[in-house]
Design a protein around this ligand. Structure first.
Ligand code: SF4
Ligand code: SF4
Length: 74
């Protein structure tokens, strides 16, 4: 699995609601056997939509990446 330069995912917090599946325009969160995963051919623009819509805060922006924070704030 490729790590995103923008997003951190805490898998243990994920309730598989599918919000990130529906929101990510890049299709980075495929559902496999009812569980949401991160795509192997992961391409993240850092738009922050998955972070904003995750109801259990399982996704967050890497704090050390200023570009991600700017994009999330838009
Ligand atoms: S930040 Fe945007 S492009 Fe990246 S995984 Fe989340 S919704 Fe997809
Ligand atoms: S939005 Fe959050 S809780 Fe829902 S499937 Fe995605 S990571 Fe899991």
């Amino acid at each position: 699995m490729t790590e995103s330069p923008f997003i951190i995912r805490r898998g243990s917090a994920c309730c598989n609601c599918g919000a990130c599946v529906r929101r990510c325009a890049r299709g980075n969160f495929p559902a496999r056997d009812g569980e949401v995963a991160i795509a192997d051919d992961y391409v993240c623009t850092g738009c922050g939509d998955c972070v904003k819509w995750c109801p259990v805060r399982a996704l967050s922006v890497r704090p050390a990446h200023p570009a991600a924070i700017r994009r999330l704030a838009r």
